[in-house]
Every structure is written in C-alpha cells, then in structure tokens.
Design a protein around this ligand. Structure first.
Ligand SMILES: Cc1cc2nc3c(=O)[nH]c(=O)nc-3n(C[C@H](O)[C@H](O)[C@H](O)COP(=O)(O)OP(=O)(O)OC[C@H]3O[C@@H](n4cnc5c(N)ncnc54)[C@H](O)[C@@H]3O)c2cc1C
Length: 442
C-alpha cells in the first residue's frame, strides 16, 4: 500500500471538542509505543474505538494499539452534529426502500447504541448523552409527503414515530419555523467528541491509545507493519483501518469508490437568560431536515444553538479553512431564519469535516490487503454505522461468526464511481442541484 500524503487536521474551531469536559484526558505516553502488537487499529473515531473495544473483549490477552493522527474527538467523529440515529435515514421519500435491508440496519443501529450506552453506564462516564429522540422537520409543505412516507415505512417495520403539527412543534422547539415534524424516539443526541473520547478512556487495559500519531504507510503481508510519520515501525498480527474517507490516501484497491463530502457546523455562544426566554421549559432537542440537503439544528445541553449545513466536494479529500470561511454565510442565514430574535448572537465555533459516502450508500467492509482490514461508512448515518463496522470487523479478524457479521459481509460492496475529473464535476453539479431543490429546508 502506498505512502499517505494527506493527513487529517483540525479545520476551524471545533466546538464539540472545545466544550468537552474530558478534553484534557491523558492517553498512553508515546514513549510506551512498542514495536510488536497483535492488533493495530488506525483511526480512533467511533469505528476505531468500537473495533478496539471488541478486540480487547474477544482477545483479553492480546496487545492492541489504537493510533490517531489527531487527539481523540478531533476527527470527524467529534465534528458532526451528534445524532446517533437508530432508524433509516435514506428512505425519506424513497418508495423503493428495501424493507429487509432497513430492518437489518435498524437492528444493527440499535445493537451498537445499546452497547455504547452499556459501556457508558458501566464506566460511569460523565458525557453529554441524551435519550432525546429526533424530529425530522419540514418548513415547506411540498416536503410533507417525505414525512408521511417515512412514517408509513417506520410503521411497516414496527418502529414508533409521532407527528408534531406547527403549534405543538413551536412550543417544543422554541421556533415556529417548521410546519410539521415526524418525531422518532430512538435517536440519542450526544456531544460526539466527549462521547468518543469517553469511550476511548474506558478501553480495557490491553489497549493502548496513542493520539497525535499519524500513520505514513501500512504494509500488507504475513506480518503486516505500520510505518509512522515519526520514523517508527510497528509490526502487527493484523491491522484494522478505520480512517474514514482518508482511506483514499492509503492506496487500497477500492479507493476510487469512496469519497468524503465536506459539510460544516456552527455553534452560537451560550445564550443568556434574556435570550433563553423563548426556551423556558424546553429540553435540548435535535432536528434533521425533510430534504437531505437541508439544515440540521440542535438546541444543546450547553444552551447554545447548533446548525449544520452546506455540502461541497473536495477533489483532494480533505477540508480546508477557506471552505469553512465560505460556509459561514449559509450557516448564519439558516440560524437567523429560525431564530430571528437571536440575530445579534455570534457564532463562537465554526468548523468543517467530511461525510464519507459511496454512490450506492454501501460501506467498505472487510479485508482490503493481506491481513489488513478496513471499515468505511457509505452514507450520512456515520456514528452508528462506523460503530457497527468497527465492532464486526473486530469479530471478523478474530474469526467470530454471527448472523450480523454475515449480513454485513454480504451487503457491503461500494459501487464504481466515475474517475476524475468527472467525479468532481458530477458531484458538484449534483450537490448544487440538491441544495437548490431543498429551498426553505436550508
Ligand atoms: C458536519 C458533519 C455533520 C455530521 N453529522 C452526523 C450526525 O449527526 N450523525 C451521524 O451519524 N453522522 C454524522 N456525520 C458523519 C460522521 O461524522 C462520520 O460518518 C463518522 O465520524 C465516521 O466515523 P469513523 O470512525 O468511520 O471515521 P472518523 O470519525 O473520521 O475517524 C477516522 C479517524 O482516522 C484518523 N486518521 C485518518 N488518517 C490517519 C492517518 N494517516 N494516521 C492516523 N490517523 C488517521 C482521523 O484523524 C480520524 O480521527 C457528520 C459529518 C460531518 C462532517
């Protein structure tokens, strides 16, 4: 496999990480890095942390290293909107939704949410984790059929949902921007940086976590090895790559089938008592949009408004400060449209990240080179999906069979994607068209 030439970097001001209570947690001392491990996991997002947890459970005597180029929680696992979603996402308005497939996805989403909740409770992790559910909210009447379709679909697969009409919704959210929402109770709203860092801090003793340890190259073979940017080389029995869209830079055969689309998030400063007048008796909440290109909004536990929107394609598969700068206008307009009385409130943090996607929304999952395994998400539900990929990759490398593993192995094959320059041109046209279509949902 080839040398990596682009590495993750913090882009913008990372609000979730900056406000995480555990941001000062100290992981393993770099001096403790050994030269031989049974397993090396590269990438300490939700995928990598779940993989390391399961490896440690499956093989309590094995030595395991979990490496990340950034502090845990600074990668995309700590830069998203913090919706840990149990129900299907992509079926909104899609009449051809495959029932069996989505039942499976719900089941797997629920398995990983329950598992992370159990770890959090067992270790008494003090992290921002709220069983709030989520609203799929529509501003424009033309998108109401998307809500109705999803409600019917959820009913078919036995998942609860409930409709909120305008007045009740305004009382629940503290904004009258939306005309209707479909509420589903199973989503957990988290500070994702705090939760992924918390889970990493609870890893069993046979896992060492090394932050700020960028990997330069992975060499496959009977005994694969991992070359670090700092000149050290680690030998491993098996390597698991949970590096999300950065996998493109590692030179695996499937690279051209995966891509990361930039998206952006912003937090206001903490609202003061006067500004909180409209939020009296209102609990923290989260709304995704009735159109896939719309704005995601949260009223957070720290009494801030969070907004996420904007999609742009990066040919080089990274996020840049310039793109974060350009994203501010759209984020700001979405915030002011929903909360006009808070127009004077500044954004304290604005940042960018990448949503890893594939054309057919299937993940990369399995062995990508001899003794090198990888799991990379293929749609917008990355928190639950990366967690399940990590969990079952760990079972795969340990030879532990299950119905769930067989399902994941048989259904994850990212489809062909056009080469450059057609990919960038095509993606940008499609993203611009989607945003145009989304209208008031942005
Ligand atoms: C703005 C935004 C909002 C989003 N909102 C949501 C949401 O609400 N819900 C949801 O489910 N999903 C959301 N997503 C998607 C979600 O964040 C990702 O799908 C998820 O983080 C993928 O997890 P992962 O563990 O696979 O990868 P990551 O979280 O990206 O972790 C990969 C890790 O690999 C490390 N790495 C990469 N290259 C190297 C290297 N060479 N050496 C060492 N380490 C390396 C990175 O530093 C990173 O920490 C959002 C994404 C964005 C950008």
């Amino acid at each position: 496999m080839k040398e990596v030439s682009r590495f993750p970097a913090p882009v913008g001001d990372l609000g979730w990480f900056s406000t995480a209570a555990n941001k000062e947690h100290v992981f393993s001392d770099p001096a403790a890095l050994a030269t031989d491990y049974d397993f090396v996991v590269v990438g300490a997002g939700f995928g990598g942390v779940n993989a390391a947890f399961r490896l440690a459970e499956n093989r309590p005597d094995a030595s395991i290293a979990l490496l990340d180029a950034l502090p845990v929680g600074m990668g995309d696992s700590g830069r998203n909107a913090g919706f840990m979603i149990d129900v299907p996402h992509v079926t909104v308005g899609d009449p051809k939704a495959d029932l069996e497939h989505h039942k499976w996805r719900c089941r797997l989403n629920t398995i990983v949410i329950n598992r992370m909740r159990e770890i959090k409770n067992r270790h008494n992790l003090q992290v921002d984790w709220r069983e709030s559910g989520k609203h799929l909210a529509a501003r424009e009447k033309r998108f109401l059929p998307n809500l109705d379709n999803l409600a019917r679909f959820l009913d078919t697969i036995g998942k609860d949902s409930r409709t909120f009409e305008r007045a009740e919704l305004a009382e629940t959210l503290g904004t009258d921007y939306y005309v209707r929402s479909l509420f589903t109770p199973g989503t957990v709203l988290i500070n994702p940086a705090e939760v992924v860092r918390g889970l990493a801090s609870a890893l069993p003793r046979n896992v060492q976590v090394f932050e700020r340890t960028p990997v330069l190259q992975v060499l496959e073979g009977a005994t694969p090895s991992v070359r670090l940017v700092n000149g050290k080389t680690l030998r491993a029995g098996k390597v698991i790559l949970t590096v999300s869209a950065f996998i493109n830079h590692f030179g695996i055969p499937q690279s051209g089938r995966l891509y990361g689309v930039n998206s952006f998030g912003a937090f206001t400063r903490e609202l003061n008592d006067k500004e909180l007048a409209n939020f009296r008796n209102i609990e923290p909440w989260g709304c995704t949009a009735a159109h896939a290109a719309g704005t995601t909004v949260r009223y957070t536990a720290s009494k801030r408004i969070f907004v996420r929107n904007g999609f742009s394609f990066s040919t080089h598969q990274c996020t840049t400060p310039e793109r974060v700068h350009d994203a501010r206008g759209k984020l700001r307009r979405a915030f002011v449209a929903r909360f006009p009385s808070l127009e004077h409130v500044n954004f304290e943090y604005v940042y960018g990240g990448m949503i890893p996607l594939t054309l057919n929304t299937q993940s990369l999952f399995g062995e990508v080179a001899r003794n090198v395994f990888a799991g990379t998400v293929g749609d917008g539900l990355g928190l639950t999906r990366s967690s399940m990929l990590g969990l079952y990759l760990a079972d795969m490398v340990c030879g532990i069979d299950s119905e769930e593993l067989r399902y994941l192995s048989s259904t994850n094959a990212p489809s062909w994607c056009p080469p450059e320059p057609f990919r960038t041109i095509g993606a940008n046209v499609r993203l611009a068209w989607d945003e145009y279509q989304a209208g008031g949902e942005i």
